[in-house]
Write a protein that binds this ligand. Structure first.
Ligand SMILES: [Zn+2]
Length: 136
């Protein structure tokens, strides 16, 4: 369902069949290898960040604006390494956000799913367990 990342597409093309003339093929192969390196760097970054943000579970942020700014900061980090946050309710990747609810005037954290059904899973008023996961 998810398209093969281009660097994998080119890697497999290059290794299984003639793709173009030799000189260009070599350049494509080098770029495919560099792209794979970038993915590895992103995976390492996600792992390092996950160790830190796991410790924030249960942290209390005082008002809605602070929660929203925290979420925006976390989404900024996630987007830079092509990740989403794992929803504790359903396990799928989601965007983290905070909204005022009937239950919590100072805002509740929510995991917003944009793929498939546009659902939002509530996550309480304290910082939920945050874990970066792949977007695909
Ligand atoms: Zn969910």
């Amino acid at each position: 369902m998810n398209p093969t990342p281009d660097y994998l597409y080119f890697s497999s093309k290059i290794s299984t069949q003639g793709f173009c003339d030799v000189q260009e093929e070599s350049g494509l192969q080098t770029i495919a290898m560099i792209s794979a390196d970038i993915e590895a760097v992103k995976a390492d970054a996600a792992q390092d960040i996950n160790e830190i943000i796991a410790q924030w579970e249960g942290m209390k942020l005082h008002d809605l604006e602070t929660k929203q700014r925290f979420c925006a900061f976390m989404m900024c980090i996630a987007e830079r390494i092509d990740r989403l946050f794992e929803c504790p309710r359903c396990g799928r990747g989601a965007r983290i956000r905070a909204s005022r609810t009937l239950k919590e005037e100072n805002g509740q954290f929510q995991f917003a799913h944009t793929k498939g059904h546009r659902t939002t899973h509530q996550a309480g008023a304290e910082v939920p367990l945050l874990r970066l996961v792949q977007t695909h």
